[in-house]
Design a protein around this ligand. Structure first.
Ligand code: FES
Length: 182
């Protein structure tokens, strides 16, 4: 490509002759700066717009999702009553939530369920049948099996408690009694 006359003149003054790279890339660096600034501002505007649209999209999506949750998780059969022996536990998913939940059969007719994430730093708790506690192996925290309250360790809040309905054909999730699932 032909180097423009004013650029050619400047280059010749500086280098005695037009260098090969200037012939290959005949750009006027003086005007370049203006173009770059304009391009930069345009780019910045586009990126900001992209961020704004993205954030707005996530916000709108979360609104829809929030409205969906109660409907999806209104009533969910977790398990047949007799599929869970006394003292046993069963991890299940509640539609619309990332956090898993854990159901325990404390006695013949006594079932409890909680969110499985420890309220300290979110490790999943495990059911210790002999001690009747939910134990968090990450920092040795423990929660009562009967109430979900903190027994010892670093957690400060009880486990989110799930409202259950126990009828002849099974155990159902019907909502939250305390706290929220993530
Ligand atoms: S994450 Fe459970 S005790 Fe720290």
């Amino acid at each position: 490509m032909e180097v423009e006359e004013p650029i050619k003149k400047r280059l010749e003054e500086k280098f005695k002759e037009v260098p090969k790279w200037a012939e290959d890339f005949p750009l006027d660096s003086k005007n370049d700066r203006n173009v770059s600034r304009r391009d930069f501002i345009r780019y910045l505007g586009l990126v900001s717009l992209g961020f704004f649209i993205g954030t707005f999209g996530v916000w709108v999506r979360s609104l829809f999702k929030r409205n969906e949750l109660p409907k999806q998780a209104e009533r969910l059969k977790i398990i047949d009553r007799d599929d869970l022996p006394v003292g046993g536990s069963y991890v299940f998913e509640v539609p619309g939530h990332k956090e898993q939940a854990i159901l325990v059969r404390l006695n013949q007719n006594d079932y409890v369920a909680y969110g499985q994430k420890c309220t300290h730093l979110q490790c999943p708790v495990i059911w210790k049948r002999d001690e009747k506690i939910f134990f968090c192996p990450c920092h040795k925290g423990a929660f009562s099996g009967a109430t979900g309250d903190v027994l010892y360790g670093p957690p400060e809040r009880p486990l989110p408690k799930i409202k259950l309905e126990v009828i002849s054909d099974g155990v159902y999730f019907v909502g939250m009694e305390r706290g929220e699932l993530t």
